[in-house]
Design a binder for this molecule. Structure first.
Ligand SMILES: [Mg+2]
Length: 320
């Protein structure tokens, strides 16, 4: 790298840096978990572990973006070594910020022992439940909310063990439900929810009700803005997912990877920088990161030094 570029790199000007060498941009990864970073059945992520270790070493945050609840994510974040990075839970209805990502003036300190601050870009789950009760009576429709199912029933429907089934019921910003009525009734229900500022999205077995603006893509855009505000530069973002509910996330990033799914659902994000993997699950995950960033090793090493400086200034800004 020419000396002039190195000098510019120490000056916080996003335009000058990206025009010299895009690899000097800070980076971040946003990723779906089930069927992407984690094997759909076994939850194994060993094929992705070497990349996870390298990204950590380089100071590149890897941010889980999932339909799971915060309670379900806690043990997974620990297993994946991602406790210092933010997370997006409940399909975008919940954003968790670790201390290094908090803004002294914008965030109240986190109450948990890990100091994580929780943001709800959508609406409170209490409001969702109240409106569901209203529409069930008014439209005379049939569905069962996850909160109305017993833990054994959730276990049977999802295949989760008792602890994870209990964690899956701890909703903060969205409510899954089992639909037990006609297609026509579903459309009437959808229209009624829209009037309340709520949306209905299809998951595997459940339908999910959440705020209209609470999707994975909006939550990712929010985090990218937060990253930019804290570090003074817009990151180069890479997103990886395998399902239809990952599409908004894959449209919100600079580079996207659709991981081959274990399903027949169409995943067609509008993103000009799109790669489809051959492999499924965490092997496909590593293949996707490799495709976009595998040849950037030497240049990423330079970005690594930058990241260390930014991390330092970032933690300072949270103290001040
Ligand atoms: Mg998935």
């Amino acid at each position: 790298m020419p000396e002039s570029a190195r000098l510019s790199a120490s000056t916080p000007s996003a335009a000058s840096i990206s025009s010299i060498d895009p690899a000097l941009q800070p980076r971040l990864v946003v990723t779906d978990l089930d069927g992407s970073l984690l094997d759909h059945h076994s939850y194994d992520f060993s094929p992705a572990a070497p990349w996870l270790a390298r990204l950590k070493q380089m100071g590149v945050p890897v941010i889980p973006v999932t339909s799971k609840t915060r309670a379900e994510l806690i043990p997974l974040r620990e297993a994946l070594g991602l406790t210092a990075t933010p997370f997006i839970a409940e399909n975008g209805a919940v954003i968790g910020l670790p201390p290094g990502w908090c803004h002294a003036r914008l965030d109240r300190p986190g109450s948990g022992r890990d100091g994580v601050v929780i943001k709800h870009p959508g609406v409170d789950v209490g409001f969702i439940r109240a409106r569901l009760k209203v529409w069930r009576e008014r439209l005379d429709i049939r569905f069962t909310r996850m909160g109305e199912l017993s833990v054994p029933e959730v276990m049977e429907l999802t295949g989760l063990d008792a602890v994870r089934a209990r964690d899956a019921r701890q909703r903060e910003g969205s409510e899954p439900l089992l639909w037990q009525d006609s297609e026509a009734a579903l459309e009437a229900f959808r229209a009624a929810l829209e009037g309340d500022g709520l949306q209905l999205t299809q998951g595997g077995r459940f339908w999910h009700v959440m705020g209209l603006s609470a999707d994975k893509g909006n939550a990712v855009e929010w985090l990218v803005k937060r990253f930019t505000a804290l570090r003074g530069r817009t990151p180069l973002s890479l997103g990886l997912g395998d399902g239809p509910n990952d599409i908004t996330m894959l449209e919100a990033v600079d580079q996207a990877v659709v991981i081959r799914g274990c399903h027949d659902l169409a995943v067609e994000p509008r993103n000009a920088s799109l790669y489809r993997t051959e492999a499924t699950g965490p092997t496909g995950w590593a293949e996707g990161v490799d495709y976009w960033w595998g040849r950037d090793d030497r240049r990423l090493a330079t970005a690594e030094k930058d990241a260390a400086v930014f991390l330092e200034s970032c933690s300072l800004s949270t103290v001040l």
